[in-house]
Design a protein around this ligand. Structure first.
Ligand SMILES: [Zn+2]
Length: 488
């Protein structure tokens, strides 16, 4: 029977309330979808892992309530059992399962204690969800074979035995297992160890998915083709890139639209028209937004901004501007890497587009996304002005450029809170904004204290803005001795 699904990423810091979940499940039923996948990772309150229940994670009670309220919509759990275990691996209780110490996102399939742990996660999932389909994840396990025990075995065997056993466990419980197909495509021999009843989700966000799908079908598997909304690699959503991706798969009998990562000031509510359009079989995303109240806004943010210059151009990686601004506790990284494009005419154009988008913003959810863009550009430009003044030996002027940056992160923090409350957004973003502001204040003090040559030398701008800068460590030994940070 054909299957039309979409996935809501409730992992990655999100915290959806009952009200948010009701809206999404209700929309799923009204938009031509058979079901909604809840992409959970560690953000489900697995009864067997009470130590991993981060605040705001989805609970079995919430799932039971949704299943009762929306019996016509399949609510499918998407968990992970090998890769993407990071939410467990960086807790004190879960770190013992890691394939490599304090590194990466994979657990160790040779560790018997981990195998027992993940069997209990699968059992918890089967007990908590009525869904016929149980999606076990299994993607992005690039650390296969890294630990000494795993290094003795073939990667195909490590993967196939671990995931195959869990798939059989799902079958034995009378349900159907599903996994992402990327690792089977990389290690085809592992297919022999996976039960043929396993439904394979082929995610392909850029190229033609058919060769991979054909190969898996020929091996005897049923497949689901999965495009994505290009949010993780953009400031908001690359509309044309998403449209091409959806269009290449929309006529498939088995189709699953994925949406990922609303953290770093993203907002899933702004994706609603695109999610609905894909559900009803309309790949024309611009048309979907034009019919709604976000017509001008979507064109500005999803097309014009993308064309404004290299920082916002279509790419394959996670948005570098958002990551550099918020992810590493050092917003100056965004300035070091993007000032060349954003300080010039491309930056002026992008800023003008973002300011115009602010004018056309239909509601607070769209405003959060817009503000991230305009504030990020403003920060990059101010920080670059400070860099230039510092280089000219004018620390006072540099400080004057940095002073307004504190307010930028105060403003972003307020929007991060609104994002969390209105859209079930990231719980981490408001803390990221506070860290960014605190670091800006620290750099202001450093420029005052050391920016006029008080140390007898001038630390480079990249040095004095780094969180690890230490006065009198003129040779940056914290950077030279990078091996000191490796725990393995
Ligand atoms: Zn291992």
């Amino acid at each position: 029977m054909p299957l039309r699904l979409w996935t809501l990423d409730v992992a990655r810091e999100q915290s959806f309330t009952d009200e948010h979940l009701d809206r999404w499940v209700s929309l799923t039923g009204q938009s031509g979808y058979d079901g909604i996948g809840l992409y959970l990772e560690h953000r489900f309150a697995y009864p067997s892992a009470p130590w991993a229940h981060g605040e705001g994670c989805i609970t079995p009670e919430q799932v039971a309530r949704l299943e009762q309220k929306f019996p016509q919509v399949q609510i499918i759990p998407f968990i992970n059992v090998l890769g993407h275990m990071e939410g467990f691996l960086y807790t004190e209780q879960g770190k013992r399962f890691a394939e490599e110490r304090f590194k990466g996102l994979s657990a160790c399939p040779s560790n018997p204690e981990f195998r027992q742990f993940v069997e209990r996660l699968v059992d918890d999932t089967i007990t908590s969800f009525k869904s016929d389909l149980i999606h076990l994840g299994g993607d992005e396990t690039s650390q296969l074979g890294k630990c000494p025990a795993c290094a003795l075995r073939h990667k195909e065997e490590l993967y196939g035995e671990h995931v195959g056993a869990l798939a059989r466990r799902v079958l034995e419980a009378g349900r159907r297992p599903a996994i992402w197909a990327d690792m089977l495509l990389e290690h085809p021999v592992a297919m022999n160890l996976i039960p043929k009843e396993t439904l394979l989700f082929v995610w392909e966000y850029f190229d033609d998915p058919q060769p991979a799908a054909e190969m898996l079908r020929n091996a005897g598997f049923e497949v689901v083709l999965c495009p994505t909304l290009h949010t993780y690699n953009s400031a908001w959503l690359n509309l044309r890139q998403s449209e091409r991706n959806i269009r290449s798969m929309i006529h498939e009998p088995n189709f699953c639209l994925t949406t990922w990562e609303y953290g770093m000031m993203g907002n899933v509510e702004t994706l609603r028209p695109a999610i609905v359009a894909a559900g009803v079989g309309n790949p024309d995303l611009m048309d979907a937004y034009e019919q709604g109240h976000a017509k001008h806004w979507a064109r500005l943010m999803g097309v014009e901004l993308v064309d404004s210059g290299p920082t916002f151009a279509e790419g394959r990686h996670r948005s570098s501007l958002r990551s550099r601004l918020l992810l590493y506790g050092n917003p100056f990284l965004a300035s070091h890497m993007h000032a060349e494009s954003l300080s010039g005419p491309a930056g002026e154009l992008a800023l003008r587009i973002a300011k115009e988008a602010e004018f056309y913003t239909p509601d607070n959810n769209f405003m959060c996304v817009t503000m991230l863009v305009s504030k990020a550009i403003e920060f990059v430009r101010l920080a670059d002005q400070a860099r230039q003044s510092y280089a000219q030996g004018l620390p006072g002027i540099a400080v004057a450029s940095l002073a307004p940056c504190r307010v930028i992160f105060d403003d972003l923090e307020r929007f991060a809170v609104a994002n969390r409350l209105n859209a079930g957004g990231s719980r981490a973003d408001e803390f990221r904004c506070r860290q960014a502001k605190a670091h800006v204040e620290r750099v202001i003090r450093r420029v005052r204290d050391f920016g006029a040559g008080q140390l007898g030398y001038m630390p480079s701008w990249e040095t004095i803005t780094d969180p690890r800068f230490t006065p009198h460590d003129q040779g940056n030994w914290w950077r030279i001795n990078a091996w000191g940070e490796e725990l393995a």
